[in-house]
Design a protein around this ligand. Sequence first.
Ligand code: SF4
Length: 455
Amino acid sequence: MKNRNFVNLNVNPCKCCMPMGASIAFKGIESTMVLLHGSQGCSTYIRRHMAGHYNEPIDIASSSLNEKETIHGGAENLKKGLKNTLRLYNPKMIGISTTCLAETIGEDLQRIITEFKEEEPLYRDRVFVPVSTPGYGGTNYEGFYFTLRKILETIAVDTTPTDSINIIAGNLTPADIRKIKEILNLFDIRYTILPDVSKTLDAPFTTDYQKLSSEGTKIKDIEKMAGASITIEMGMLISEDLSPGKYLEETYGIPLYRCPLPIGLKNTDDFIEILEKITGKEMPEKLKEDRGRMLDGMIDSHKHNAEGRAAIFGEPDTVYAVTKLCLENGIQPLLISTGTKATKLKRLLELDLKKQDEGCMILDDTDLETIRHYVKELGANILIGTSEGKFITERDGVPLVRIGFPIHDRVGAQRRTYTAYEGSMQFLDEITNTLIEEKYSHYRENMYEKYYQKG
Ligand code: SF4
């Protein structure tokens, strides 16, 4: 069982589909509505997943294709859907994401949008961003970055130089985005962060319900991203053709700095070092304190962490960052896996993994059935990944520490901070405490078996 049994067959997928990533990216832009061009089930699935994870009302429109449109084309449905969405939500922007069905029948989104603008002069001032995201074309990971790139291709056209920097955020929690913004503010940097889900997917309670959030990255700021001084892209594994930062570099000559998601000590250091370099400023006192506390916490817990044998799974960049955090704390990653095709993962982690005693298996484009198989075979004692791993916990008793998207069986996923020194330490504490609990829940049983052989 090298990877999966059958080509094209996933059992318990370790991924979501491309329009899911597109929807999350669009939800980080002000006054933006998402319309999925496809059958209703796609938008129901995505709404349900996002509402369960973020605990927020998630509106996603659908062009509601049916048998008739599958044969004759869905242009009329899409135009009707656009008109209804504009009437009901009055958005500044509509992100139109295709689905398996729309791509299979070969829908030409750009042509349909051009026709719609000609037919409906009232809505010519609105921004329409079409994204080709068939479910079979990739995963939510590719869908997320590809959508950000398409947003930039459509909107970022103002090349007037600004003293602002671009931050391309990975698929992080709203609380993580707040943390990144806090760090940028400590450095007193002007920035545009894309996407900014900090308030759109984790909004404070108010009595007046707004159908669309006015929070998120401002469209006028996205326009100016073409004139920024530099771009920092969080993500080491995204391919060049999907990278929003690469697009800005190649099209407008904006220097690109890449760093991992700032989860873990070294990964956070990497992000801070870029900020120090571009501002010429030292790390602010607050961050120095946080860093010192993290180091102190790492020393406190290393003796427990040394017993960790981890199976890590999720989106490539989350998996990469979590692996680095495990390695710098003495937790042995035995299995590193992702549902996305991520051949770079092996190369990026090769040197780090060479230093550990036991070998480590890296699987990309895999599913949770395969992951379960190797969790047993390799003897992992902790799972670190999305809530989809709970089935392994239920069946085999290996505990799960949750990170990534989706998390459905716990509340507060949107409020969790994993990034920077503070968030990383809280996350590490959770891993350590899980290892301690796992050890003591079997301690007497294990000691008995070890020292009192059955006669
Ligand atoms: S995999 Fe295809 S059919 Fe299924 S929800 Fe995603 S886009 Fe829709």
